[in-house]
Ligand binder design. Structure first.
Ligand SMILES: [Zn+2]
Length: 279
């Protein structure tokens, strides 16, 4: 499965990850424990034709949006890609994006884009601009600090605890998802990176057996902004940083709770300082 992750589109289908991430807000836990190729393959199959047709990465206009596939409905696929584009900073606050322009970027019709945008609007991630489109909700520095603070309070102890409690097979099953992040980083596929990162972390947290916790973190992640990603990728730092996920899986499998805790702390610090582009 990791070998399918060389393009942005493939990253969407990557690991159970794809499936887990898609339903991240509603039930990532189930997907994490029943992770499986079968559902992912099915998703790929149904979206396969569209993927082939939209295979030209130069197809979009100014926007660098990923092709979408691997999720159940087109609306879901577009919604997923829009969230990642928002986090990676491809869509910026203050700019009004019309559904037809975004649709052209994705190579789909405007209707699923409009529907997906309305889903995002319900969550407060974008605002509807009447007769024009959508505007990304602006976040303050303290908002981002506070989101990260909550994530640290949840993610560090929960993931550290998994070093003791999670079944070895479940931990080992996360390896492809961790490697997908590295693959996306090396390909300088930023939106794919955000997607794969999201999928990995939610699947990992899903091993806690607490879907509500996964939902809270999923929501916080959707509100985070990683505007520093392009400069990190340019400097070649992103791939090295992506390796932290593989190290995390190794430490979890080794039941090395101290290393897991240290890695999670470092990781969340990255998210806020460098990755948010305020270095
Ligand atoms: Zn990460």
């Amino acid at each position: 499965m990791p070998d399918r992750t060389t393009s942005g589109a493939a990253v969407f289908a990557a690991p159970s990850a794809g499936a887990t991430g898609a339903t991240g807000a509603t039930g990532a836990t189930g997907s994490a424990s029943t992770r499986g190729g079968p559902s992912t393959s099915a998703g790929l199959g149904t979206a396969g034709a569209g993927a082939g047709a939209g295979a030209d990465p130069e197809r979009g206009p100014a926007l660098n949006l990923p092709r979408v596939l691997g999720h159940n409905s087109l609306r879901e696929q577009v919604s997923h890609a829009l969230r990642a584009a928002l986090i990676a900073g491809e869509l910026r606050p203050g700019v009004v994006y019309s559904a037809p322009v975004l649709a052209a970027g994705f190579g789909v019709s405007a209707t699923p884009v409009r529907e997906a945008m309305l889903d995002l609007a319900k969550e407060g991630l974008v605002e509807v601009v009447r007769n024009k489109g959508f505007r990304v909700t602006e976040l303050s520095e303290s908002d981002l600090d506070q989101f990260t603070e909550i994530r640290a309070l949840i993610e560090i102890p929960v993931v550290t605890g998994l070093a003791r409690t999670a079944p070895a097979t479940d931990l080992a099953a996360l390896r492809p998802a961790a490697e997908a992040i590295v693959t996306a980083a090396k390909a300088r596929d930023l939106i794919g990176y955000v997607e794969a990162d999201q999928a990995f972390h939610l699947a990992l947290l899903g091993l806690s057996g607490n879907p509500h916790l996964v939902e809270v973190v999923s929501d916080l992640r959707n509100r985070s902004r990683l505007y520093g990603l392009p400069s990190l990728a340019d400097a070649g730092v992103l791939a090295a940083s992506a390796e932290e996920h593989v190290q995390l899986v190794n430490a979890l499998i080794a039941r090395d709770a101290a290393t897991v805790e240290a890695l999670m702390k470092t990781h969340l610090t990255h998210v806020r300082s460098i990755w948010a582009g305020r270095e």
